[in-house]
Design a protein around this ligand. Structure first.
Ligand code: SAH
Length: 221
């Protein structure tokens, strides 16, 4: 999309220049993976928030999406995607917390199939429409509590949690393939992002950085 077609849509602030500025910022913050940066550049984040917030979509910040939830900050989406992608090829990926569907759309570019679980029906329905409008077809959305993962589709090469539980749900570890990676924020006040890789011998846990996510909750809404 060029600047004039964007202006024709009445949302000039979503222009290529605004997006390029975001990419520069992500690079300055240490995102190195070229394909991840390209994915962030080309997925239209302004379509994943309400129109009233579209002008802020290319700021590097989380934004409200209703129901006390947020669309994740672009930096964290880029970082988590990079952490999953670095570890090897991704055939089947599980995401917990579809939310707006933005991270899902990014993951869809790197995996053959993305299963994404969401416990708030209204958010899931909006996400489904957006992904359909963008013709992203390798994504399967499920209205489900992600605390127990998705046993029937396991094992996964990658699992990404977009909400923070107090402890790692053991089911998610069990649903990783050998070599598979779980990227997950853990904790309540003081949250830490981890990448946990399943090896032949067990699990290898790497601390990545301090983060701030919405809480992981059980049950459906
Ligand atoms: N990546 C999403 C983040 C949304 S916020 C985005 O960028 O839009 C996290 C989401 O996780 C919320 O929509 C919340 O409802 C969902 N969530 C929290 N706990 C969950 C659980 N146990 N199972 C499924 N979804 C959950």
């Amino acid at each position: 999309m060029n600047d004039s077609s964007v202006a024709a849509n009445g949302i000039g602030m979503t222009s290529q220049r605004t997006r390029d500025r975001l990419i520069t910022r992500l690079q300055e913050q240490g995102v190195r993976n070229f394909e991840v940066l390209e994915a962030i550049r080309s997925v239209p984040r302004h379509l994943f928030v309400d129109e009233a917030l579209a002008h802020r979509a290319y700021e590097d910040t989380a934004l409200p999406i209703g129901h006390n939830q947020t669309i994740s900050q672009p930096f964290i989406v880029a970082r988590m995607t990079e952490l999953l992608v670095e570890g090897g090829p991704l055939e089947r990926v599980l995401e917990i917390g579809t939310g707006s569907g933005y991270q899902t759309a990014i993951l869809a570019r790197f995996a053959k199939e993305v299963y994404s679980l969401e416990r708030i029906k209204a958010l899931q329905e909006k996400a489904r429409k957006r992904l359909r409008d963008l013709r992203i077809h390798n994504v399967i959305l499920r209205y489900a509590d992600g605390s127990v993962g998705l046993e029937e589709m396991a094992p996964f090469d990658g699992i990404l949690a977009a909400a923070a539980p107090a402890e790692v749900p053991p089911e998610l570890l069990q649903q990783l393939a050998i070599g598979g990676r779980l990227v997950i924020p853990i904790g309540e006040q003081d949250q830490k992002l981890y990448r946990i890789t399943r090896t032949e011998e067990g699990f290898q846990r790497e601390f990545i950085e301090h983060v701030r996510f919405v809480p992981f909750r059980s049950g459906l809404r």
